[in-house]
Write a protein that binds this ligand. Structure first.
Ligand code: ATP
Length: 349
């Protein structure tokens, strides 16, 4: 089932939590809504679910206008961060719940409900635990039960709000892989909210990067990581460094010196050069396409050294990653890897 969000606006007491958002989710796609706290991710998810109604705009499920339909009519499955399992019900009863409470006309026979629930238990790799109660399970196991329960109603769309948010890093990583496998087997159109970019980059077919109630960029993980379309996306996804540049004679200048990089066609006047700290390399003195600096400090970041450089004529230091430590005071020259940098007008920052 594909979903189309068409120019949706959502206000809470006149505060616009979502500002004319449009998005198309393709059938069987796994989409991540990613953005800082308060950017509108949960609001968008709740609007798709039918838990909130838009102030303006429409939401379509396939060709059907679902904008004024209830949660039940939309037939969506949810998983939230807090395990919303029924404490007084066994795992099996939790999974079966959505089918058992259906009106008689659409409720499958008892034996069929049990068969389906057992099948889902197997899918989420919890066979043998059907008689346990939620409090007898680990956090990761509870989230798997929550997912099985969401899948039991055979939803048209699966919506997950920070489903692994409350779990420790190791369990999160395992469940991430597992969710992708389950998705590939069941093929549900899935939208999940996360503020964890690593999770989004690893799991999703496409990412929707949000900021201040707007969509900044939609694209594959490679699109948003390698070709961010704004300073916000560049800084929000992955590590980033930047420095002020001036565009003169179709070239980039830093602190009064040309650094041997061509300016993009549309760049004029004051701008900012954005790059990943690891997308630079040290070069010899003779190389002209380079930026000269002096090492001020360095520290270990994972497997590399994050080195702070002072560039003549710039008030702020520039951070780069180098494989080895470099002593303070060392003069260096760095070159930017081709196509791994972007220039944005100064006003865009
Ligand atoms: P987080 O990552 O912190 O969950 P989010 O990106 O999911 O954030 P939302 O929960 O969608 O953000 O909130 C977007 C904005 O709308 C926030 O400024 C929030 O305070 C506001 N908001 C959300 N729900 C309500 C509500 N029921 N009443 C009033 N304001 C709300």
């Amino acid at each position: 089932m594909d979903i189309r969000v068409d120019t949706v606006r959502k206000e809470f007491s006149h505060y616009p939590a979502l500002n004319d958002v449009s998005l198309e989710v393709k059938s069987s796609e796994l989409i991540a809504l990613l953005g800082p706290s308060g950017s509108g991710k949960t609001t968008l998810l709740r609007l798709i679910a039918g838990l909130e109604m838009p102030t303006a705009g429409r939401i379509y499920f396939g060709d059907e206008d679902a904008s004024s339909k209830t949660v039940q009519e939309r037939n969506v499955g949810f998983v939230f961060q807090a395990y919303a399992l029924f404490r007084n019900m066994t795992v099996l009863d939790n999974i079966s719940f959505g089918l058992k409470v259906r009106p008689r006309a659409t409720r499958p026979p008892k034996a069929e409900i049990r068969r389906r629930a057992m099948e889902l238990l197997d899918l989420v790799q919890l066979s043998g635990l059907e008689k346990r109660f939620p409090q007898q399970l680990s956090g990761g196991q509870r989230q798997r039960v929550a997912l099985a329960r969401a899948l039991a109603i055979e939803p048209r769309v699966l919506l997950l709000d920070e489903p692994f948010g409350a779990l420790d890093a190791q369990v999160r990583k395992e469940l991430r892989k597992w969710l992708r496998e389950i998705h590939d087997r069941t093929g549900h159109t899935t939208v999940f909210v996360t503020h964890d970019q690593e999770e989004a980059l690893e799991l999703a077919d496409r990412l929707v990067v949000m900021s201040q109630g707007k969509i900044e960029q939609v694209g594959t993980p490679d699109d948003v990581y390698d070709r961010p379309n704004s300073p916000f996306v560049f800084s929000f996804i992955g590590e980033s460094s930047s420095l002020p540049v001036t565009v003169e004679n179709h070239e980039l200048w830093v602190g009064g010196r040309a650094i041997g990089l061509p300016a993009p066609n549309d760049a004029v006047g004051e701008a900012n050069l954005f790059f990943r700290p690891h997308d630079v390399e040290l070069v010899e003195d003779g190389v002209s396409a380079a930026l000269a600096g002096v090492v001020v400090a360095s520290r270990r970041v994972g497997g590399t050294r994050r080195v702070e450089l002072e560039i003549g004529g710039l008030p702020e230091r520039v951070e780069i990653d180098l494989p080895f430590d470099h002593p303070a005071g060392e003069r260096t020259r760095i070159a930017f890897r081709p196509k791994r940098w972007r220039v944005f007008p100064a006003a865009a920052v």
